[in-house]
Design a protein around this ligand. Structure first.
Ligand SMILES: Cc1ncc(COP(=O)(O)O)c(C=O)c1O
Length: 413
């Protein structure tokens, strides 16, 4: 790779070391469907798919493998839950940091008599927990929340929010696009009813696979979004009510699940806390390095976060396939952490020009604009211009961070 990839919030790159070969092996040597043929190779594939559900359930401390269902991405997961749960007259609370993956389905649903309000966040993007009680109405059915911001990296206190939802008997739906695989998430401790994830970001899998991890109580009431064949109870013309079949009409993305399985194996092998701390060390170094560059503004919280104590992280780019990450103990994520997503804006140079010059002169790839989250930019005060976003992944190194700092220093002179 002759560029420095700092757009891991969009999709992680490189992927987990064995992902591509496992997918290629499946396609070339197995390639058969599950739940359809009653021959033994199909059962072998089925076993891997079941193991993937199991690993995901364990990663999120979910309730049961049957409640881990696959979708193409988190956008589809969120749509499945919102459209399968909400009825005319229902009210939903979201936060001021939501992605269009939440806003657009809810805007569509508002034409069907479903209303929503936004819980305010401060200019750091942190949800104002004290505002929630007054926004809850008699017909409030769910809180839908972006766990980790894809704009400024703030991570919301889902334990506190989950407790509020539990007290009021409200479903708690969490968009874990940026946090699944990058920080520990405890679905039960946080009273999450629907944990929506995508496979191609922190879970280090391929594009085209995502899913849901559901609580038993939401599983009972969800209606399918898509109807069709499941390979089970074929004599029935209605969808099976059991899980995971209830939400999995049509052939699954088996190569995608097999790729995701490899991503999960890698995360478990390295340890999610190790990956998190590695990424946060990089984000902190970047924040510290650019803080004093004239005419650059850090967006959202601009302090460094969660500094690892053993600050010896790998420092070369030679082994992207399996970098050595710092090792730390397995601790639960503290509240108001961050993920390794940092946004900046400039007062002197247009953001798009800056991003273009970072690529053309320094080979650094970033993302510029609104990042599909106009509401978050309104909250953070960067609408409509947007920001330049730097997002660090497990395979990035100190050298990558320093190249970005140096590049910005040179361009801002
Ligand atoms: C917070 C958040 N939600 C939803 C999405 C949508 O992800 P996907 O395109 O995988 O559905 C993203 C991706 O950028 C995101 O950052």
């Amino acid at each position: 790779m002759d560029f420095i990839y700092l757009d891991n919030a969009s999709t992680s790159f490189p992927k987990s070391p064995n992902m591509a070969s496992a997918m290629a092996d499946f396609i070339t040597t197995k390639g058969i469907n599950i739940n359809r043929g009653s021959y033994s190779p199909a059962y072998d594939v089925e076993e891997t798919i079941f193991s993937t559900r199991q690993i995901l359930k364990e990663l999120f401390n979910g309730y049961d493998e049957q409640y881990v269902t696959f979708t193409p991405n988190v956008t589809m997961s969120i749509n499945t839950v919102l459209q399968g749960l909400l009825n005319t007259g229902d009210h939903v609370l979201i936060s001021g940091m939501e992605h269009n993956a939440v806003l657009r389905p809810l805007t569509y649903l508002s034409a069907r008599g479903i209303s929503f309000d936004s819980i305010p966040c401060d200019t750091n993007g942190i949800i104002q927990l004290e505002s929630i009680e007054s926004l809850i109405k008699e017909n409030t059915k769910a809180v839908v929340l972006n766990h980790g911001s894809n704009v400024c990296g703030i991570v919301q206190d889902i334990a506190a929010l989950g407790a509020i939802c539990k007290t009021h008997d409200i479903y708690f739906i969490v968009d874990c696009a940026q946090t699944a695989g990058t920080i520990p998430i405890d679905m039960k401790a946080c009273h999450i009813d629907a944990l929506c994830f995508t496979g191609h970001k922190g879970l280090l899998g391929p594009q085209g696979i995502g899913g849901l991890c559901l609580s038993p109580r939401i599983s009972e009431v969800l209606k399918p979004l898509v109807y069709g064949g499941t390979g089970s109870v074929s004599h029935l013309v209605s969808m099976p009510t059991n899980y995971p079949d209830r939400l999995e009409a049509g052939t699954l993305n088996l190569p995608g699940i097999i790729g995701l399985y490899e991503g999960l194996q890698y995360i478990n092998q390295k340890g999610i806390n190790t990956i998190h701390r590695h990424e946060i060390t990089l984000a902190n170094r970047f924040i510290d390095g650019i803080k004093h560059i004239p005419n650059l503004i850090l967006v959202g919280h601009n302090a460094t976060f969660d500094n690892p104590t053993n600050n010896t992280i790998f420092d070369n780019r030679t082994n992207h396939a399996s970098p050595e990450l710092i090792n730390t103990s397995n601790t639960v994520a503290p509240k108001n952490q961050r993920v390794a997503v940092v946004s900046i804006t400039s007062t002197g140079v247009d953001n798009a020009t800056l991003a273009y010059r970072l690529e053309s002169e320094h080979h650094i790839l970033t993302r510029v604009g609104l990042h599909c989250a106009p509401l978050a930019h309104q909250t953070l005060g960067t609408y409509p211009t947007g920001t330049i976003r730097f997002s660090f992944g497990y395979a990035n190194t100190i050298n990558d961070v320093d190249a970005a700092i140096n590049g910005l220093q040179q361009l801002m002179i």
